[in-house]
Design a protein around this ligand. Structure first.
Ligand code: F6P
Length: 346
């Protein structure tokens, strides 16, 4: 489009290394190439709900490429929690004279963006999550950084596990999908990997550890995704509070495994929870490049008024996918990927 547009941007859900790189790319190309004005909403959907915003300029986004987190702030606010939510967003966009809105987020933020688009709002998305579980894209930015952080931690835990002849359980993020556990477990040489897609059998996990020890290795590394669950009735984990989208706060599986593995095998076991360390800090070069490419494609899509779409990584190319397709189904770990990793268990 040749006429200058006014475009809003927000970042929603859990933060993720690379968010600032997306914002920077949208601002840089939006202003320099197209002559558009870019308005940032603060703290995810809370921004347009409360009309809390800030003008984004080339100057105000300088130097943010390597910075983790998001300069706009984020929240898990659900715009559909209150029946007036969509109208409030429409009103903020009207007051600010916005032609469209780019929502950078994961399953919940993009799900809300898809619904708002169905309601007639000019919204498009950019997929982000360290969990790597968004449909319609081959990978999300933030995942590579999280895997690197987890792999570095596993390498460190290896040496102390070996010195003390212990089992070390490493709990990593991954609510519905075990991508971080699988990739960091493979990269770090884990002896058992437990993921949400495969309810695990605690007896089988202990058998693998015992087998390894019977072969003369007196330490083991178990990588578990926070969303992993034991087969029904074999090992309970207490639930946490829920957010506005109904998701339970996870965490605790590592501690439960520590107790159960030590009780069942008799080997001293300790758990480490990596938690938000995986989400914080500077993005890897891969994530900076992917996030930048997605930001550039998002402002191109906004310029072309491709509302209801999102740029996605397909192979090595960035293409546009329908938001509705992206949120229809989560991208979980295929059985064959997990079975390939089993070659290294025990
Ligand atoms: O964004 C996804 C995620 O990293 C999940 O793996 C994890 O369950 C969740 O965020 C934690 O979110 P919060 O920081 O809001 O507790």
């Amino acid at each position: 489009m040749l006429t200058p547009m006014r475009i809003g941007v927000l970042t929603g859900g859990g933060d993720c290394p690379g968010l600032n790189a997306v914002i920077r790319a949208i601002v840089r190309k939006g202003i320099d190439r197209y002559g558009h004005t870019i308005v940032g909403f603060r703290d995810g959907w809370r921004g347009p709900l409360e009309n809390s915003h800030v003008d984004l300029t080339i100057e105000s986004t300088r130097g943010i490429l390597p910075r983790g987190g998001t300069i706009l702030g984020s929240s898990r606010t659900n715009p559909f929690k209150d029946a007036q939510g969509p109208d409030r967003i429409r009103e903020s966009m009207r007051t600010l004279g916005l032609d469209g809105l780019i929502a950078i987020g994961g399953e919940d933020t993009l799900g809300a963006a898809a619904r708002l688009h169905d309601d007639g709002l000019s919204v498009l998305g950019v997929p982000k999550t360290i969990d790597n579980d968004i449909g319609a894209t081959d990978m999300t930015f933030g995942f590579d950084t999280a895997v690197q952080v987890a792999t570095d931690a596993i390498d460190r835990l290896h040496t102390t596990a070996e010195s003390h002849h212990r089992i070390l359980v490493v709990e990593v993020m991954g609510r519905h999908a075990g991508w971080i556990a699988l990739h960091s477990g493979l990269a770090g040489g884990a002896d058992v990997i437990l993921i949400p897609e495969r309810p695990f059998d605690i007896d089988e996990a202990c058998r693998l550890i015992r087998r390894r020890h019977s072969r003369g290795r007196y330490f083991s590394i178990v990588v578990v995704a926070e969303g992993a669950v034991a087969r029904e009735g074999t090992m309970a984990v207490a639930g946490g509070p829920r957010d506005e989208f109904g998701h339970e706060r996870l965490g605790g599986i590592g501690q439960r495994l520590e107790q159960e593995i030590e009780r069942r095998t008799g080997f001293e076991t300790r758990a480490t929870v990596l938690g938000h360390i995986q989400r914080g800090g500077t993005p890897t070069a891969f994530d900076r490049v992917l996030a930048t490419r997605l930001g550039l494609a998002a402002i191109d899509a906004a310029n072309d008024e491709r509302w209801g779409m999102m740029p996605a990584l397909r192979g090595t190319r960035i293409e546009l996918a329908r938001l509705a397709d992206a949120v229809a189904q989560l991208r979980t770990v295929p059985s064959e990927d997990y079975e390939a990793a089993e070659a290294f268990f025990g």
